[in-house]
Design a protein around this ligand. Structure first.
Ligand code: HEC
Ligand code: HEC
Ligand code: HEC
Ligand code: HEC
Ligand code: HEC
Ligand code: HEC
Length: 438
């Protein structure tokens, strides 16, 4: 532990600070952040018009239903990329459109033009320095406000046959609207036009696109030159020269050496994945912060509160053993010998079926966010994404945050998962799961 104090002293520009002092700073900062951010988030929430649930006849008068989600319940990125890059700003939007029908319903795969935008949020380059440094991280020609796959904050979506959804990949969103008000639950909007006439045929007026830069390495690595002290600690322990390179003008992406499935980067053979390295290494360091769960020191966060869905309502936390478990479990589950046979970060995560059983499970060998309903009423299977009816992981309907529930309220008139058949059909009765053949 002396070793840490000594390092921190050096990094804090000669101003000796005890471990306790650092802790106080961290706690004060949390309180400060909560005080500063919470009211603005509230103010921003009030900017939206009050939500009015549609009546049954209003729903039945619609020709289409638009089910839009972000593929994860939260996306994290860094406010500053000056020191290194973990992940770039990149939200993945998925939209399923169904033509409502009396008996059946139809997944719409063509004949329409689908566009997305973010309410009160039209550019990002003035809210993060990502574009100043993108060239160091493998994107030499990225124009400001354009994401790593070419998407902007507004644009058109393309149909993906594999995902059976209209998609916009890696939208470079930040949690700051155009007035620079912070809210990690940004609201997106979808407009569907007839490809032939250009007439608007359907819309989804409000759905959450979650993103936060509340990644608080500074709690422990100090508020001054946070990136510099992290890199110095890394160099001292592992013989790398990340800090010297930074001083010489070249920052690095962690995924250059540590495999990262979120970016599709294989890393250097023999070096632990970024997830394994980070969670296993920090597992016995977490008592230095009082954030609960401790995941919120690096994942958003004490203010953002990523975990807010149906299971949060039931009192579950991230560290429940049937969810992610603690730091050691997240890291060490990847270490099973022989190398490569352990859990694959990002690709193997906790399963709904692990608690709810086979009837309510995701499809074999894949994640919830890639799964489709397969045991619904005869004639209804293989086309509807679990997320279309239940929402994003961590934010499953009914969410504890009213913003997340805007979409099901608009689509079915109820602030919970899609359970009314009239959302897509004429009829109103029946169950979904386990009704195959019924
Ligand atoms: C709860 C406290 C805490 C938090 C939060 C934290 N760290 Fe650390 N980290 C430590 C301690 C303690 C060390 C060891 C310090 C040292 O060796 O100087 C360390 C060391 C490191 C190292 C060097 C690892 C090695 O091989 O020695 C890296 C890299 C690192 N942290 C990255 C991060 C990043 C990135 C974040 C934010 C996403 C972060 N840490 C958040 C406590 C923390
Ligand atoms: C130039 C290659 C390289 C880069 C870039 C790099 N690392 Fe490492 N890192 C290593 C090596 C090598 C080790 C030690 C061996 C291992 O982890 O398998 C290591 C170890 C670590 C450890 C300690 C793992 C442990 O269990 O002791 C952490 C934490 C870590 N790196 C985090 C990071 C983070 C965060 C970044 C980006 C800021 C980063 N690394 C960038 C090569 C690199
Ligand atoms: C010290 C910082 C730190 C803390 C604390 C932390 N994480 Fe992470 N976590 C990271 C980083 C950095 C990544 C991104 C790794 C990447 O890009 O591959 C990550 C990624 C993940 C992922 C996706 C990759 C995977 O392994 O499947 C999961 C899940 C995860 N963390 C769970 C948790 C949980 C649960 C906790 C609390 C028990 C936690 N993390 C605490 C830094 C941290
Ligand atoms: C750690 C265990 C656990 C996991 C994992 C889990 N759930 Fe739950 N969930 C529960 C419990 C317990 C309840 C409350 C009792 C019940 O309704 O079964 C619940 C309730 C629900 C409800 C009903 C909410 C309501 O208010 O009626 C839905 C919907 C739901 N879960 C969906 C999911 C989905 C989708 C996943 C996967 C993304 C999932 N659950 C993963 C334990 C879990
Ligand atoms: C998210 C929209 C959606 C909801 C909600 C929904 N369905 Fe469906 N349903 C569909 C789609 C899409 C099809 C056609 C699937 C295909 O063509 O592959 C379908 C087909 C069916 C069929 C087969 C009709 C035929 O002609 O083959 C039945 C029966 C059915 N649904 C019953 C129900 C019941 C009962 C409910 C409520 C408990 C319900 N559906 C809720 C979208 C939905
Ligand atoms: C067409 C909408 C729809 C789709 C698609 C859908 N579900 Fe459901 N889900 C429901 C309804 C409605 C219920 C309530 C129970 C019932 O009707 O079977 C439910 C219940 C659940 C529950 C249990 C909640 C509880 O109270 O115990 C879980 C877990 C769940 N679904 C997971 C999934 C998973 C995983 C998928 C994809 C493989 C999926 N659902 C696809 C509508 C849907």
């Amino acid at each position: 532990m002396d070793r840490i104090v000594c390092r921190r002293t050096r990094c804090a520009r000669g101003r000796p600070r005890s471990r306790l002092a650092a802790l106080t700073v961290a706690v004060t900062l949390t309180a400060l952040a909560a005080a500063l951010l919470a009211p603005t988030a509230r103010a921003d929430r009030h900017r939206s018009a009050p939500l009015r649930a549609p009546t049954v006849s209003q729903i039945k008068a619609r020709h289409y239903v638009v089910m839009a989600v972000n593929d994860l319940g939260m996306h994290c990125f860094q406010k500053s990329y000056a020191g290194f890059m973990i992940l770039p700003p990149a939200n993945f939007l998925k939209v399923q459109i169904f033509r409502r029908g009396g008996e059946g319903a139809h997944l719409v795969t063509r004949g329409v033009k689908v566009s997305y935008s973010v309410i009160d949020n039209t550019r990002s380059a003035n809210k993060t320095d990502f574009w100043t440094y993108a060239k160091f991280y493998g994107w030499p020609n990225l124009k400001p406000n354009v994401g790593i796959t070419g998407k902007k904050l507004t644009g058109t979506m393309k149909y993906s046959p594999a995902q059976k959804a209209w998609v916009a990949d890696a939208v470079p969103l930040t949690p700051y609207n155009d007035k620079l008000v912070f809210n990690p639950l940004q609201l997106g909007k979808i407009v569907v036009r007839s490809a032939k006439t250009g007439k608007v045929v359907a819309r989804q007026p409000r759905f959450v696109i979650p993103v936060s830069d509340e990644m608080r390495c500074d709690y422990c690595h100090g508020p001054q030159d946070t990136a510099g002290s992290i890199l110095q600690a890394h160099d001292d322990a592992n013989g790398t020269h990340l800090h010297a390179d930074l001083v010489a003008g070249t920052p690095h992406a962690c995924a250059e050496c540590h495999a990262d499935n979120a970016l599709g980067k294989p890393g250097v053979s023999g070096v632990e994945s970024l997830s394994q390295a980070m969670h296993s290494f920090h597992a016995d360091k977490m008592s230095a912060v009082s954030v609960s769960p401790d995941c919120y020191a690096c994942h958003p966060g004490a203010v953002t509160r990523c975990l807010r869905g149906a299971m949060a309502r039931q009192g579950f936390t991230c560290t429940n053993a049937r969810c992610h478990g603690d730091m050691a479990q997240v890291g060490n589950s990847q270490a099973a010998p022989p190398a490569g046979s352990g859990r694959q970060a990002w690709l193997q995560e906790p399963r709904c079926g692990g608690c709810h059983g086979a009837k309510f499970s995701e499809n074999a060998g894949t994640l919830y966010r890639m799964s489709f309903l397969k045991n619904g009423p005869e004639g209804m299977n293989g086309a509807i994404r679990c997320e279309s009816c239940h929402g994003s992981p961590h934010a499953e309907w009914p969410s504890t945050n009213a913003r997340d529930n805007y979409e099901p309220v608009y689509n079915q008139g109820l602030a919970t998962f899609i359970r009314r058949c009239i959302t897509c059909h004429g009829g109103e009765s029946g169950g979904i799961h386990g009704n195959t053949g019924g």
